[in-house]
Design a protein around this ligand. Structure first.
Ligand code: PMP
Length: 443
């Protein structure tokens, strides 16, 4: 399976993202079809999707309702601008999102700015935060605080506030300051759900405020549950404490919910899961079930209205994308929300969370497993590094799993799992069984 086969296309010209290109092209893994919980590779082998693509295909693959909505929209209005112009489907989708916004109606996060991706949503939220502070007479607040190991996409704004070393070190950044890591891993190993220890790590924000002065800080951005760093869960009380410190100092709080948005934790958003209300929420991925590239930023009325000042005919925010509110993406998004609602998918992870947790933690004790973490329908299995080759063992497990019919994701020594929310209990068993066997072979 998946050596160079007669079905392999020419691989020379596509410069693949976040990929060891030379290694991949020597032994490619190529997917040609997808339906429900499964991919099919170019040679017809089935591969169980343990990662919802890249954390995005929450309703499973090949959803006909989305296909039909896209076809309809493409033939009716394929593209139209949203700069000083508009089209109904973008307003309809914003209205629909607002009715189901993070934190519910009382949170007031119901003003929606459309983007084309998670990275664009992050850059948009950072710019809104700085522009808002300026609009309310706080123009010295230009600094943004992010977190060590934070991942906020790959735009220059996103890498500036992100804390994954590899993503930053080659590139110049805008000024941003960093809080510490969220989790004291040693004290929390094999914790089920949220770690009990580590709430005091939020106090680092106070330290940075004291260091730089609140009057220089516009916002703090965090992933409520960080995914790309290898599934790092916030300790109990941590996000509440961040909110309190931010409030005390007039600092906006941004939740990057590109992964956690649209049901991943068993509530519509992580904002709902934790009951902590930020000022801005970034989303993408699950907003269209991964089908058409799209993102959205939810802004609070306070932030939105703060920017709607000045003369009537003046543009309030000098920012936007050719594809902001793309009609086809909005149509896909509306159909996606229909599916999520009709099938109860935004809360399905909470129904499966217990089984998911038990299944994952059954891997405890297998060779090299040093930690297992879980929340909603997210899981991480952390392996001990092979001497002198960090990440190599997990990569071998990833390749092995793929050839046995399971797609997982690895970052460094951490295996991350985030299956589509339509997964059945028996498929949870399949994931754990294929992964468990691969871990034994890796020994
Ligand atoms: N923020 C977070 C929290 C993410 O996980 C990601 C992508 N994994 C992004 C931003 C970037 O999204 P995109 O790849 O769509 O630009």
């Amino acid at each position: 399976m998946n050596q160079i086969s007669k079905n392999t296309p020419n691989l020379d010209n596509f410069w693949m993202p976040f990929t060891a290109n030379r290694q991949f092209k020597a032994a490619p893994r190529l997917l040609a079809g997808a339906e429900g919980m499964y991919y099919t590779d170019i040679d017809g082998n089935k591969v169980l999707d343990g990662t919802a693509g890249l954390w995005c295909v929450n309703a499973g693959h090949g959803r006909k309702k989305i296909v039909q909505a896209v076809e309809r929209q493409l033939s009716m209005l394929d593209y139209a601008p949203t700069f000083q112009m508009g089209h109904p489907v973008a307003f309809d989708f914003a209205t629909r999102l607002a009715a189901n916004a993070p934190g519910g109606a009382s949170a007031g996060l119901d003003r929606v700015f459309f983007t084309g991706s998670g990275s664009e949503s992050v850059d948009t939220a950072l710019k809104i935060a700085i522009a808002y502070q300026r609009a309310i007479g706080q123009g010295t607040r230009t600094r943004i605080i992010g977190r060590e190991k934070g991942y906020h996409g790959v735009g220059f704004g996103g890498i500036s506030v992100g804390g994954l070393v590899n993503n930053r070190r080659v590139f110049p950044q805008i000024p941003a300051d960093h809080m510490r890591h969220t989790l004291d891993l040693e004290r929390n190993a094999f914790t089920r759900g949220l770690p009990a220890h580590g709430v005091e790590l939020a106090e680092d924000l106070e330290r940075l405020v004291a260091l730089h002065g609140a009057e220089t800080i516009a916002a703090v951005i965090v992933e409520p549950m960080s995914g790309s760093a290898g599934v790092i869960l916030p300790p109990k009380g941590y996000l509440e404490r961040l909110r309190a410190i931010a409030d005390k100092h007039g600092i906006l709080l941004i939740f990057d919910e590109v992964i956690t948005g649209f049901g991943r934790l068993g509530t519509p958003f992580a904002t709902d899961y934790f009951g902590v209300i930020p000022d801005l929420v970034t989303t993408a991925k699950g907003i269209t079930n991964g089908t058409i590239p799209m993102g959205a930023v939810f802004a609070s009325r306070k932030v939105h209205d703060g920017l709607m000042t000045g003369p009537e005919n003046a543009i309030e925010l000098f920012h936007g994308y050719t594809y902001s509110g793309h009609p086809v993406a909005c149509a896909a998004g509306l159909a996606t929300l229909d599916i999520y609602e009709e099938e109860g998918l935004l809360t399905r992870a909470s129904e499966l969370a217990e089984d998911w947790q038990e299944a994952l933690h059954s891997l405890k004790g297998l060779p090299h497993v040093v930690d297992i973490r879980n929340l909603g329908l997210v899981g991480a299995v952390e392996l001990a590094s092979r001497d002198g080759a960090p990440g190599a063992r997990a990569y071998d497990v990833f390749v092995d799993c793929f050839h046995k019919g399971l797609l997982i994701r690895v970052t460094g020594d951490i295996i991350a799992l985030s299956p589509p929310l339509v997964i059945e209990k028996e498929q949870i068993g399949t994931i754990v069984s294929i992964l468990g066997d691969a871990l034994k072979r890796a020994a």
